[in-house]
Design a binder for this molecule. Sequence first.
Ligand code: GLN
Ligand code: ZN
Length: 772
Amino acid sequence: MTAKSAAAAARATVATVYGYPRQGPDRELKKAVEGFWKGRVTADELARTAAGLREANWRQLAEAGVHEVPTGDFSYYDHMLDTGVMVGAVPDRHREAVAADALGGYFAMARGTQDVAPLEMTKWFDTNYHYLVPELGPDTVFAANPAKQVSELREALTLGLTARPVLVGPVTFLLLAKPAPGAAADFEPLSLLERLLPVYAEVLADLRATGAEWVQLDEPALVQDRTPEELEAAARAYRALGGLADRPKLLVASYFDRLGDALPVLAKSPVDGLAVDFTGPAAANLDAIAANGGLPGKRLVAGVVDGRNVWINDLERSLSTLGTLLGLADRVDVAASCSLLHVPLDARAERDIDGEVLRWLAFARQKTAEVVTLARGLARGTDAIAGELSANRADLASRSASSLTHDPAVRARAAAVTEADTRRSQPYDRRVAAQRAHLGLPLLPVTTIGSFPQTTALRTARADLRAGRIGTEAYEDRIKTEIRDVLAFQEKAGIDVLVHGEPERNDMVQYFAEQLSGYLATRHGWVQSYGTRYVRPPVLAGDISRQEPMSVRWTAYAQSLTTRPVKGMLTGPVTMLAWSFVRDDQPLGDTARQVALALRDEVNDLEAAGTSVIQVDEPALRETLPLRAADRDAYLAWATEAFRLSTGGVRPDTQIHTHMCYAEFGDIVQAIDDIDADVISLEAARSHMQVAHELADHGYPREAGPGVYDIHSPRVPGVEEATALLRKGLEAIPPERLWVNPDCGLKTRGWPETRASLENLVAAARAVRREL
Ligand code: GLN
Ligand code: ZN
């Protein structure tokens, strides 16, 4: 950096973030909100707890050196829901509750009540955060309700801080919405843009009147492939908002991927700044901005610190990106790539992680410090951050030289994988005959997805083991008893392919992560999944290897109790990555291959122990699909290869199942075939067997079990209902290829409805078999 540009930067460079974890160091928010639901915490107490958490976050940010703190990112439940409330988009069925009691109505929209269904929940882009989907129709009337945004801004200003309200932008709000019940299915919420913009204008004016110099409008939907009409709508939106007379300065933020065709649209719009992601696939934004002729006259907030993963930044590389950007915009500020909502709070709280490894980790607090350091380096030159740079260099070197991240045996094995390793020894049509002969199953075989109810007794036993109140032996006896009960029930009910019920698993990813070398567990690494649900994803830090069989003895124990086949249950490589924080120092495909090899050993060991049916679950295959279509083939190539590698080593007469938890699989139908499993089970109960027809329409040649029992509700499907669904399934899938199963695992269900539902499934299968 030249002295002149450094001096110019010094005047302006600001460190900022777009959002911070909401829960508090001990998940105080969860406790307060759940306490409120149970009537143990009053609305005032909840409000006070929340205000205290916001203040603590802002103070922490300010003390760390963040110049401009975000406001409005806090939420009792979800920021999309808050946005809906801000613009008055309350579904008709919730209006009464909201009018009677705003807070009660808010939670009714989030969670439903006895009488009204909640809003639907879905994933926030390709993160593991879930938002509530706004419901909009041609009759939706928007009305500005800026109270939350205004009061949170006021709180931060009162602390003497420079604050920037952060709002979900109007285009993203509409693009993520769905047609309200009653609206035509092809109703496009984006058609409401002109009606929505005046409401945003009102909110913006109020924020400015309250003291906001800048307001951030988040438009992550613009990093997805967008039609020309959608881009035109974005252009209109920002022409209109930028053209307002009474408005704060506008910063339009995007993250999670590159802007692509939306970049020129935003660059041309009369807004005052853009916040742009420069991490991962979004690194392409750098060249795109240069090719676009820069962002003259605009403030650029550069997201150079990965806001959604847990690794330390390469400060020198970021500085070089920032240096390049300095020549391309009016002013360059430094930020994390997206809200820090997606990472845990503080790596320093982790006492069990080895000190050396801990230095490679950056959670929200550490990322904030990195942003501040980079802003200082950009403003004052690298000498001003010499100490941080050398520490960072040392930490990066320790990470890349570590035996944790570089296990020669694992690497040699992964390098030696051949195409043949990823193929079964016989093609599907030959295997299928061998499997039929070997298994001798009836037509329409009945099975389950793996887990049986995780009872309080099981959870208590696990907690007792952790706390040392019971020993391993007592715990394992408990698990064995459970397996015996689950087996006895399934035999009596007449299920054909049995499972051991997964009683030993706390979680389908964590259970295996705990046993694989290369994975770390955190103690406090909570991140919000939705509402008051927080998860602690394992950290895939190093080269992955299996020390010893992980699940074989439970499956073998179950098999020893019955002559019917017991299905072995594993979590697939893509899902092992998707629900973890994954190392970012090598391509995901390389990491997936290591996990696949570890699973391959497990699959082969299961087979050797006498398991004839093995299910490898990949519920995350579709959700991990890259946001941009151009990146999908590359992803699917490594993802399907990893699945085939994990399952390719078994005999032709061993039957490989997979399970995926969704009914809409249109965009991965080829991948479902490419993984070369013998049987797939999918969610279908709510879509009336449409999934069976779609599979057939796509020419899916294998066996399939579209779910006939919706496990997401305690409702018991009647025999008639299940029979009708199976008959429908047979219209699409021939009897030799149709399986009968629930649509997901039963772990969240109670025993009474599980028992009744499965008995009904068996009765339905028998009834339909008699008709064949
Ligand atoms: N085998 C797992 C279970 O039954 C699958 C869960 C899932 O697909 N999410 O719980
Ligand atoms: Zn599932």
